[in-house]
Design a protein around this ligand. Structure first.
Ligand SMILES: [Zn+2]
Length: 98
């Protein structure tokens, strides 16, 4: 198996790859599941996402800023273990290179 590259996604591309359930999980994590090291707690007012990456393992990494303090935050969301998502992600990669 080839080692896959990390690629940057737009929010639109990410939404295309996620199922309805996963979109809910994604939005929930952005709202309540991102830890801010500056605030010392989970970002209270959510996160402003600036960059989204599809990792080598088809996990999603988001980078952004905490809406409460503007500090930088990041979070890995493990979607790669979901076979349906991983398959979609691989098809998406193929579409990009062909
Ligand atoms: Zn903060």
């Amino acid at each position: 198996m080839n080692l896959q590259e990390e690629i940057q996604l737009t929010e639109f591309q990410l939404y295309f790859l996620l199922s309805d359930e996963q979109r809910k999980a994604y939005n929930y994590l952005l709202d309540r599941g991102v830890y801010c090291t500056t605030c010392g707690v989970m970002c209270k007012n959510g996160v402003n996402v600036t960059e989204i990456y599809l990792s080598e393992l088809n996990d999603i990494t988001i980078h952004g800023t905490c809406n409460a303090c503007n500090g930088k935050v990041a979070r890995v969301m493990e979607f790669g273990e979901d076979t349906a998502f991983s398959e979609k992600a691989n098809n998406f990669r193929n579409a990009l290179t062909n």
